[in-house]
Design a protein. Structure first.
Length: 705
């Protein structure tokens, strides 16, 4: 029985620096089918449209797959996939690829369920299948004993299993031993033979012969591949770079003499004429005897997302290319910038190339010459800007639309504000400046002191009456960047607001802090309590995910969670207290723990590890409130703060009591900008993506009149 074989491809098979693309005529001559990557996360594979349309013209039966990414909403991923396919869903199933290890907000099989159910709704009767590997599925799918019913749900989907260097694939439950449709048996097929520009390519068996394949997918017409493996090159050595010394014909019988070190090539001898040399294992499928496996207990995971080492490196080149393999002959798949931080995964044998992962999840290879360990001597200070920084010396300094007193006033600065120029000083004594909330205009140099071209380590700016922002950089005990809003609650009329429940029963629908600020017309917002996701399918949200907050919560007089916790209470008069309410509760929000009580650190407070953190402090007289966010998990910029250090920082800003809110990837501080748009003051880091806000359950908002 002739095996039915086809590749799966993505943009990795197309070298972006060359005008050529995949040669589907060549692929059609040696392939029975093709599966094309449609996309991942919320982006479409850059070569999908070309691959999908051109392979159709070549007459290849096609399927598509979507790499499920836990950092993006499952429903949105399914919707983008179907939108990308349009009216052409292909001849083979849609394959949901479950193998990622990003650990994002949407990790877990419950979100696979959401993804598949949304997909089913969108494509109707079109068949959907699952791609995975044995050990990945075993460790991440529902438990076959305690969650048998949930596991059985996935049984309705046909299986595409990945398992390399084996005579037959390992199949996870709930599927039976032979209950697979496709088997990805190698990732090291001969790319050139299949018409692609990458040296290697994934190859897959169909579980049956050509007749069964056509019947399974309702494909009619002449034999799918008329030239399938008629000739197989025999080479002098175990690689396509060695010269050909002869060919094998289909059904030729030969003896196996040895296997290459990587197990992908076999040294053979044909008995009839003693032709000897090396052949690629991907094409010697007629031989029943298995190749001895150099690894008696291999990991069958194709592992496109290898585990990193934890060592961090900084880019020293102005621009550094990321390639699909360790050498300049491999395709370019991305780029890095000066001082960008990446994580080491592995090093090639001669120590010249490093496999890395960027903060947004890109994995590839870079020349090690341009990478330096983060724990090496620190880089020089950032280059000076083209224009100066200034400190305001007047009690109040007007900001105007143009460089002169005849121009309209659009805002004002106060004494000790530090602002940046965005242009040179004029001969008439004016300079164009900008503030972090977006206020941009002209001010007189008569009331500004030049601080030089380097950004100060400490910046102070008053955004609103009674609300002053501080940005401070620390180098001890580690690199840290703190963002603080110091509020004088008697300087203006402050009103507080907490995110309301979205549905009865205390159910919230997650949103980013920026969206909360815009949606509820707040001036200042920070993230609030921790939360738990609800079981998939139990509740739906028009936007965001259904969750419940961990602790006590109330919004505008409606209490929607009464669970005891370390809480902040706000009454109808906007008086704020920690731990005990003053009168009736009007708004309330909880945090992780109380960390400061009566001017002292709580006695049993664990130190904790340095992390991004959000905290709120109150002064002893109740007049002052301190909102604080410390960035973290960003080597070379800010590594985070532990709880003892957080208390010390709150006290330094005048706090007498304090609470630690939810931190980590949730930490965000946002203000209403001068253009009425949300401005994120800190550098959030959701799912290791620097600058990405996490959607969370509830928030504390403030309006100032």
């Amino acid at each position: 029985m002739r095996p039915v074989i086809g590749p799966d491809i993505s943009f990795y098979q197309d070298e972006p620096s060359t005008p050529e693309g995949v040669n589907f005529t060549t692929m059609r001559s040696v392939s029975d089918f093709l599966i094309v990557r449609a996309g991942q996360n919320l982006w479409v594979d850059s070569r999908f449209s070309y691959h999908y349309s051109e392979s159709k013209k070549a007459g290849l039966p096609r399927g598509s797959y979507w790499f499920f990414d836990s950092r993006a909403d499952p429903k949105k991923q399914a919707e983008l996939w179907v939108q990308t396919l349009g009216n052409d869903l292909g001849e083979l199933p849609l394959w949901a690829d479950f193998e990622e290890k990003y650990g994002g907000t949407y990790k877990g099989w419950q979100n696979w369920y959401v993804f598949l159910e949304r997909l089913r709704t969108l494509v109707g009767q079109k068949e959907i299948g699952i791609y995975t590997a044995y050990y990945y599925w075993r460790d991440n799918a529902p438990n076959p004993t305690s969650q048998a019913a949930s596991l059985e749900y996935f049984h309705r989907y046909p299986l595409w299993i990945a398992h390399y260097n084996a005579q037959k694939p390992l199949v996870p439950k709930p599927w039976g031993e032979n209950e697979w449709i496709l088997w990805q048996y190698t990732e090291k097929g001969d790319g050139k033979l299949y018409g692609v520009e990458s040296k290697q390519i994934d190859l897959n068996y169909f579980n049956g012969d050509e007749e069964a394949f056509k019947a399974r997918f309702k494909i009619s017409g002449p034999p799918i591949s008329t030239q399938f493996r008629v000739d197989l090159s025999v080479r002098e050595g175990p690689a396509v770079t060695f010269n050909s010394v002869g060919v094998l014909k289909q059904d030729d019988i030969f003896t196996r003499l040895a296997a290459s070190q990587d197990g992908n090539w076999t040294q053979i001898k044909r008995e009839q004429d003693e032709l000897s040399g090396w052949v690629n294992n991907a094409y010697s499928v007629a031989i029943p005897a298995p190749i001895p496996d150099p690894d008696p207990d291999p990991d069958p995971d194709p592992d496109p997302d290898p585990e990193p080492t934890g060592r961090m490196y900084r880019v020293t080149a102005t621009s550094l290319r990321v390639r699909s393999g360790p050498g300049t002959n491999f395709g370019i798949i991305g780029g890095l910038s000066l001082n960008e931080i990446v994580e080491e995964i592995s090093i090639n044998p001669d120590n010249t190339w490093m496999q890395i992962r960027t903060q947004d999840g890109l994995t590839g290879w870079c020349s090690r010459e341009y990478l330096v360990a983060v724990d090496a001597p620190p880089p020089p200070p950032p280059p000076a800007s083209d224009y100066a920084w200034y400190r305001v010396t007047a009690s109040s300094l007007l900001v105007r639309e143009g460089p002169g007193t005849t121009f309209s006033v659009i805002g004002n600065l106060v004494r000790d504000d530090i602002i940046a120029a965005i242009g040179p000083e004029t001969s008439s004594g004016w300079v164009q400046i900008t503030r972090l909330d977006g206020l941009t205009g002209w001010s007189s140099l008569s009331y500004l002191t030049n601080l030089g071209l380097t950004q100060p380590k400490s910046i102070r700016q008053r955004f609103f009456l009674g609300a002053t922002y501080f940005r401070r950089e620390y180098t001890t005990p580690r690199t840290m960047v703190a963002h603080v809003l110091a509020l004088d609650l008697q300087a203006a009329k402050f009103s507080f607001f907490v995110t309301p429940e979205s549905q009865s029963g205390g159910i919230s629908c997650t949103r980013t802090t920026s969206r909360f600020l815009s949606e509820f017309s707040q001036y200042i917002a920070i993230n609030g309590d921790g939360f738990s996701y609800l079981p998939a399918g139990s509740v739906t949200c028009a936007a965001g995910d259904p969750v419940k907050v961990n602790g006590y919560a109330a919004s505008n007089g409606k209490i929607y969670n009464t669970k005891a916790a370390a809480s902040m209470f706000i009454n109808a008069n906007n008086e704020v207290t920690l731990e005990k309410p003053k009168g009736s509760v009007y708004n309330a929000i909880s945090g992780d723990r109380i960390i400061l009580r009566a001017g002292k650190r709580v006695s049993d407070l664990a130190i904790g590890v340095p992390d991004p953190r959000t905290a709120v402090g109150l002064t002893q007289n109740g007049r002052g409130m301190i909102l604080m966010v410390i960035d973290g998990r960003q080597p070379g910029y800010s590594e985070g703060i532990n709880l003892h250090e957080l208390v010390d920082m709150l006290v330094a800003f005048g706090a007498y009591s304090g609470i630690n809110m939810d931190g980590g990837g949730s930490s965000s501080m946002v203000v209403k900008g001068f253009d009425n748009q949300p401005r994120i003051l800190n550098s959030p880091v959701d799912s290791n993506v620097r600058g990405k806000e996490r959607s969370v359950a509830n928030h504390l908002g403030i309006v100032i009149k």
